[in-house]
Ligand binder design. Structure first.
Ligand SMILES: Cc1cc2nc3c(=O)[nH]c(=O)nc-3n(C[C@H](O)[C@H](O)[C@H](O)COP(=O)(O)OP(=O)(O)OC[C@H]3O[C@@H](n4cnc5c(N)ncnc54)[C@H](O)[C@@H]3O)c2cc1C
Ligand code: SF4
Ligand code: SF4
Length: 620
């Protein structure tokens, strides 16, 4: 497109611009919106860009509609209740008070998982003693749920339904605007100060070059930019690259969470509010969850963590094998898939905390290190930090003080440090370090940290995922011959599919008995459960930064783990191909990529940029 036809970039000035509408921003806006205007309609505090009016607050969400996020969710709902004391009686669809809670150790009923000798010995002992242990359908039911994990008094929610409800409460104040389908491309950083945000260019080709209908993304200039774009958000990553991480901090612990929302069979014995946590199967490193909503609906899924040393780490097939475990299958048989999704969790917690504030910006939610891996809780913490920032912002607006780093430190960071979020984050900080050296050590470390409130831990320094990924040959040595592996590789390449399914078949995982309603192919899940879409006219948001590094990469884990089968073997030269229309925006490829960047080993060869589309479901 010739230069003279490129339209000018539009600009608007606002007081506060927010990036992303997850629980963190919802907590921020819900707290802020109700205090911007007095009961008589006059501004409680005044806008700097529209004098005489309340502050102009705009929030931009990437997904095509509000509430397309993915989460479990069971929560103690402490922060949610502080904002909405009536939450339990508000009629939120799919909400239920937490009822029975169980933690289950799942044994391997098929003999295909990779268990250490210690775990195999433990399994032998459990089976031998099953007559006197709480043992049912190949699962050991732990006699009690540790206090740090239980959610008694809390709620089972659907993230989508809850966020729709929260959005309507916020928007009904008329004090703030929320715009879905509007990805933020970058933060406007000027002289080390964040001066606002730039929205995504539209009408471009896959590489971002202007094409038909080119419309440059608008600049939104703001005195305060609230960065709440989640664990792998592009704006958070931009700020980390620009300002670095605090001394000793790094984000190396991750997980990808994949979930189904299902209709349980009519005769299900599972009661609303039931909460099950599992570990031990399909691989010892994989945790699972099942939460029951009213009207026979359940949310269930698994977390595949970064310290699971498999070079194929495929979540979808593992989720199916997990559902087929006899303890779960007896409740799930006859269920029907309603919705499906996947998303990354930032599991470094306080150790992954970036600079929380700077001149002109503040960070809240999971991208700011809020998720607590010991208590298995992220929504409440994200919401709490949003509410804390809102109180801080009101204090500064009332005092007519600017949003400088120091002022935000004195108000927002101070509140955060004094709160339960930070106190519990300190307890959790090293609780999962044991997993760096194996599952048994990891479980012991978690119990030790949880029961001693963080005084004792099995400390060890987390290593970045790419450093711990063995080659496929090494991982399957003794189970799959190099000749068989070469043949499987050729077959999968010819079909342009990833290798993981073939490898799992080869090492003894039973084939999935597809039933067309719950057990469906990965591609069918994209259509039936995820309803994935990608509007035209946008650049690819997953980018292989240095193709020459991909050419040399043997593992190609990005293809194996892709949650949407959106990354496939490329046509030539060993560089994978990316299909935007299948991407569920889970972000797992970013931290799983097997190759670090030459100039920054904390980052990998995949860039995850702002993009539209993804999952279209308000139930996840
Ligand atoms: C499968 C799964 C199960 C979970 N289970 C539980 C549970 O049971 N209990 C619990 O408490 N927590 C759970 N969590 C964690 C919880 O979901 C997160 O901690 C929480 O969602 C974090 O909220 P947030 O607002 O910080 O970030 P997010 O929820 O990630 O929201 C960030 C938002 O920013 C948007 N965004 C990103 N980039 C841009 C951009 N460039 N422009 C505009 N918008 C952008 C995203 O689309 C998203 O809507 C689970 C997570 C997963 C994945
Ligand atoms: S993106 Fe990373 S994992 Fe994928 S081929 Fe390239 S270097 Fe390998
Ligand atoms: S390409 Fe998309 S769906 Fe695949 S792992 Fe990356 S973000 Fe997830």
């Amino acid at each position: 497109m010739p230069d003279q036809t490129i339209p000018d970039r539009q600009r608007i000035d606002v007081d506060i611009a927010c990036v992303g509408f997850g629980p963190a921003t919802a907590g921020f806006l819900a707290t802020l919106a109700r205090q911007l205007v007095n009961a008589d309609g006059t501004p409680a505090v005044e806008s700097a860009v529209l004098p005489g009016m309340p502050p102009q607050v705009l929030c931009y969400e990437r997904a095509d509609d509000l509430s397309f996020g993915v989460s479990g969710v069971v929560t103690r709902a402490r922060a949610l209740r502080a904002t909405f004391p009536d939450i339990e009686h508000a009629g939120i669809p799919m909400a239920a008070p937490v009822g029975e809670e169980k933690v289950l150790y799942l044994l391997d009923p098929v003999g295909a998982s990779r268990r250490s000798p210690a775990l195999r010995m433990a399994d032998v002992c459990i089976r031998a003693l099953k007559g006197i242990l709480p043992f049912e359908s190949e699962a050991l039911i732990l006699p009690w749920t540790p206090a740090f994990l239980h959610k008694h008094g809390g709620m089972v929610l659907s993230m989508g339904q809850f966020m729709q409800w929260a959005a309507s409460r916020i928007q009904s104040t008329g004090a703030v605007q929320i715009w879905p389908g509007t990805p933020v491309a970058e933060a406007l950083v000027e002289n080390n100060k964040v001066a606002g945000i730039r929205l995504l260019d539209q009408g471009v080709d896959k590489t971002g070059r202007p094409s038909d209908g080119f419309t440059p993304g608008m600049d939104i200039r703001a005195a305060l930019t609230v960065v709440a774009d989640g664990p792998i958000g592009p704006i958070g990553q931009q700020l980390d690259a620009k300002f670095g991480m605090p001394e000793g901090h790094h984000a190396r612990d991750w997980a990808v969470g994949m979930k189904f929302v299902v209709d349980l069979p009519e005769d299900t014995p599972l009661k609303p509010g039931t909460v099950l946590h599992t570990f031990g199967y399909p691989e010892p490193e994989i945790f699972g969850f099942l939460y029951v909503h009213p009207e026979r609906v359940a949310s269930l899924g698994i977390f595949v963590p970064s310290w699971f040393d498999s070079p194929v780490r495929t979540a979808y097939r593992y989720l199916q094998q997990w559902m087929l475990h006899p303890y779960l299958w007896r409740s799930l048989k006859g269920s029907k898939l309603r919705s499906w999704g996947a998303k990354t969790l930032g599991e470094s917690g306080r150790r992954g905390e970036p600079h929380l504030v700077g001149d002109g910006y503040a960070r809240i939610g999971e991208g700011s290190g809020t998720t607590n891996v010991l208590t298995g809780s992220g929504v409440d913490e994200a919401w709490a930090t949003g509410a804390q920032l809102a109180e801080a912002v009101l204090e500064l607006l009332k005092a007519k003080k600017p949003f400088t780093k120091q002022n935000l430190e004195d108000t927002y960071v101070k509140r955060r440090r004094a709160s339960w979020v930070d106190q519990e984050a300190i307890v959790a900080e090293k609780s999962r370090d044991g997993f760096q050296k194996g599952v048994v050590r990891g479980m012991m470390g978690m119990a030790l940290a949880g029961l001693t409130k963080g005084r004792f831990t099995l400390n060890s320094d987390p290593v970045p995922p790419w450093k711990r990924i063995p080659s496929i040959e090494d991982y399957y040595r003794g189970r799959v011959s190099s000749e068989d592996l070469a043949n499987l590789r050729d077959e999968c390449k010819a079909k342009s599919v990833s290798l993981h399914g073939a490898l799992m078949d080869k090492v003894g995982w039973p084939a999935i008995p597809f039933d067309g309603q719950l057990l469906v192919s990965h591609q069918d899940a994209l259509l039936m459960g995820g309803k994935v879409q990608a509007p035209p006219g946008c650049a690819d948001h997953v980018v292989f930064l240095y193709p020459e590094l991909c050419e040399k990469c043997g593992t190609k884990i990005c293809i194996e783990l892709c949650s949407g089968q959106a990354i496939t073997p490329g046509e030539k030269g060993g560089v994978p191909a990316f299909d935007r229309e299948k991407c569920v925006h889970c972000g797992a490829c970013v931290w799983n990529c097997a190759t670090p960047l030459p100039d920054n080993p904390e980052r990998t060869n995949i860039a995850f940029r702002a993009g539209t589309g993804g999952l279209h479901s308000a139930e996840n």
